[in-house]
Design a binder for this molecule. Sequence first.
Ligand SMILES: Cc1cc2nc3c(=O)[nH]c(=O)nc-3n(C[C@H](O)[C@H](O)[C@H](O)COP(=O)(O)OP(=O)(O)OC[C@H]3O[C@@H](n4cnc5c(N)ncnc54)[C@H](O)[C@@H]3O)c2cc1C
Length: 474
Amino acid sequence: MTATESLLPALRAAVGPAGLVTDADQLRSYLVDWRGAYRGAAAAVVRPGSTEEVAEVLRLCRDAGVAVVPQGGNTGLCGGAVPDASGRQVVLSLGRMRRVHELDAANQTITVEAGAVLQTVQEAAAAAGRLFPLSLGSEGSATIGGTLATNAGGTAVLRYGTMRDLVLGLEVVLPDGRVWHGLRGLRKDNTGYDLKHLFVGAEGTLGVITAAVLKLFPAVRSRATAWVALPGPAAAVELIEVVRALAGDRLTGFEVMSRQSVEFVLAHAAGVRDPFAQPHPWYALVELSDTLPDAGLAEVLETGLGEAFERDLALDAVIASGSAQVAALWALREGISEAQNSEGPSLKHDVTVPVSSIPDFVERTDRALAAAVPGIRVVAYGHVGDGNLHYNLSKPVGSDDDAFRARADELARVVYDSTASFAGSISAEHGIGVAKRDLLADYEDPLELELMRGVKALLDPAGLMNPGKVLPAG
Ligand SMILES: Cc1cc2nc3c(=O)[nH]c(=O)nc-3n(C[C@H](O)[C@H](O)[C@H](O)COP(=O)(O)OP(=O)(O)OC[C@H]3O[C@@H](n4cnc5c(N)ncnc54)[C@H](O)[C@@H]3O)c2cc1C
């Protein structure tokens, strides 16, 4: 019997029979990620119902030398929430810890358990006339714990920041079972090192986040959305500046996509149409929002677009009238990832470079990829307002899937070398997990890696919290 199997009775006693899953059929969905890209094995999934139960589970696992893999909605894109293939790790799901503890309207905060689904938190805020702004395609399943552990970004970062900017306090169970009660709702708190930021973006390698205090904002009462055709990414970067100069903080979304990206959506998604009669090289989806019901946002957009036409930054533009048209424009952006999957293997790279470097980055990387694989289709799109591009690759038309897949590592190097040459990051918002773990050794500063290893050794000396994720061996 393995150490994990001998531990099962104690785990059952800690979380109750409803909190322990060992049945092979029920285990299956916990052992594979959302895309089916990463698969693992586990003797059990524990589903604690409280912080005390999480603490007891971690104590038991520490004493038995059993590794623990925290899991939220399992929508992560880097394999961080999936156990390894040994079958000896235990998955700790936060799925039963979904309560909203408190909404403090005057303090503009909401306190929730880590298993709360992002959309539930958005809805709780909206019911109180407030906004919780994090917005992701996976918000119906992703949890607060998972979005914190990956420092998720999404489409509203330009105005509100990433999860790191949206958190005020955390409760965390450390790998030895001690509970750090950092659940404070303070906007000013200069009492030494700000420990919560160690756990944000740590992908479950330092402890289990069990609850969080998050910032709220006033509810948005008006929006204006435009779809703009552009000659290229350089025009996109200039257009951001034109709109920002007019709209200031009311610029809440600026998504950019290449024609190739939009063509895939038009070819594969149901019920979408090209807003323009002619194809254009690039497009921007620009969104303004305000807390005033009649803020005149469409007029602000019209002024900005007028200037953009005068300066030859825009080739065509449409401002959405009504929520159906807004949804139709967002469908063109949000459908890209799925549409690309219909074109064979999709090699995904989530990178960030300074906004000012985006045009040169795209030009140089496109050229290097075309030289490596003539006919390669680059599907570049993303939250360009914050420098984040999803720089994805599809095979040349008619070529072989496996031959293209076999070159994934080589092509990733082309993209990441180019990213590094612009002082960018090989992971903008999806994290490292196992997907990019070994690349960190090549692209991260050695001193940063050394410090990270020091933090890991301090908090998790036995190496039992999500081992094999984030940090490369060495
Ligand atoms: C359709 C789709 C669209 C997406 N769009 C975006 C996007 O726009 N921006 C973006 O940033 N991401 C995006 N993602 C990625 C994903 O949704 C995010 O990474 C999300 O933050 C993961 O949350 P989760 O609850 O599913 O975490 P999981 O996938 O369960 O876990 C992710 C990591 O966090 C750790 N973890 C989970 N819960 C805890 C906890 N309580 N304590 C400690 N560690 C924990 C896990 O061990 C793992 O390493 C998208 C994913 C999909 C499928």
